[in-house]
Design a protein. Sequence first.
Length: 218
Amino acid sequence: MKKIKLCLSSLTAVLLAGCASAPSVPSGAEIDKLTTDIVRASFRDQGLVKIDRLVQDETSRACSAADVAGKPLDEATAKAIQNINLKSIKWPSDGVFVGDYKEGEKIAQSGRGLTWTDEAGQASGGNCYNCHQIDKKEISYGTIGPSLYNYGKTRGIKDLNNPKAKVMIEFTWGKIWNSKAYNACSNMPRAGHMGILNEDQVRHIVALLVDPKSPVNQ
């Protein structure tokens, strides 16, 4: 019996020593830093693509955290993020919101740009068909976003100079420029805000969506 007690005492001492010497569990902040370091070490600058693309702003950080937590942002945080992004929208410098819908169609169809093989300053495409149906003739399109077919027609835009139409046209510009101004964690890229599209390109895509003559509204 004494031998059994002695063995149990020895085993307990070994277990306690093992627990005392076991490595501590890293904190959430330490895990985040380690993850960031690993990701940064896995990429490099090449051509016009720089690793600073990995740096998240306040909006991206909040939405990423919500994704990890598996729940949407609380209403107050979402509203604050939308306000920040609304203030960042650059409205047309010349006051012209609507461009050429034919040019807008070309931009919407193109997904080219911002890769390491592209040249700095080269115009990028909008890649709109990757997420939306726009033209009823299109047989292949994404469904992450809603269909935009008849976008202007269903919103009653018959005259681009009508005051009511101008409100919707301005909203359309803002949504393309910075989608998160209206939906804090929208999956839609912040095309203008992030430099994906320039002012003229946004103007043409607005035309594609709202011009009554555009194939979108036929």
